[in-house]
Design a protein around this ligand. Structure first.
Ligand code: NI
Length: 167
């Protein structure tokens, strides 16, 4: 397993729409393992492939019950449907330096995806789990959580980032 470089905003790779995955091979397993390693090293609770520079539809999501555990779910070609309710919660992103803020998300969602072997997965997710999946699926569509906040807040963040990057 290798820790990969995480690309950060405003790198254009984060705006690229990820391609559907059709080959369920050793290379894909290696990619998933690297993504998990990179996520836990960061540390974060979710990671999408575009964040490490690969525009393919794969995400890893932490599902650990305990602090030091490393249980994660790999979702290939994930699609969200039937969003229900709405809930505001704090979000940050490994690709958005030095920032977190409240973002509104569906409280409950349905997810269709494939696992690392290409088998079909179909399940409901809610609360924190649903939030992470929505955030990561956004990445695959080229969307960042800062696109889902007010333009005023986004503008302030851009100024803050510009200062940060000058240093
Ligand atoms: Ni993110």
């Amino acid at each position: 397993m290798t820790i990969r470089k995480i690309f950060t905003y405003p790198d254009p790779i984060l705006r690229k729409k990820a391609e559907k995955i059709t080959a369920f091979d050793d290379k894909l397993e290696q990619l998933a393992a690297d993504m998990a390693e990179t996520m836990y090293d960061a540390p974060g609770v979710g990671l999408a492939a575009n964040q490490i520079g690969i525009a393919e539809q794969i995400i890893v999501v932490d599902i650990s019950e305990e602090e030091d555990a490393r249980d994660y779910l790999t979702l290939i070609n994930p699609v969200i449907s039937n969003g229900e309710g709405s809930i505001v919660g704090d979000e940050g992103c490994l690709s958005v330096l030095d920032y977190s803020t409240n973002v509104k998300r569906f409280e409950k969602i349905h997810v269709d995806a494939q696992n690392i072997k290409g088998e079909v997965l179909s399940f409901e997710a809610e609360k924190r789990f649903a939030r992470i999946i929505q955030h990561e699926v956004d990445h695959l569509l080229g969307v960042l959580f800062i696109d889902r906040i007010s333009s005023l807040k986004r503008g302030l963040y851009k100024k803050k980032l510009a200062k940060l990057l000058k240093k």
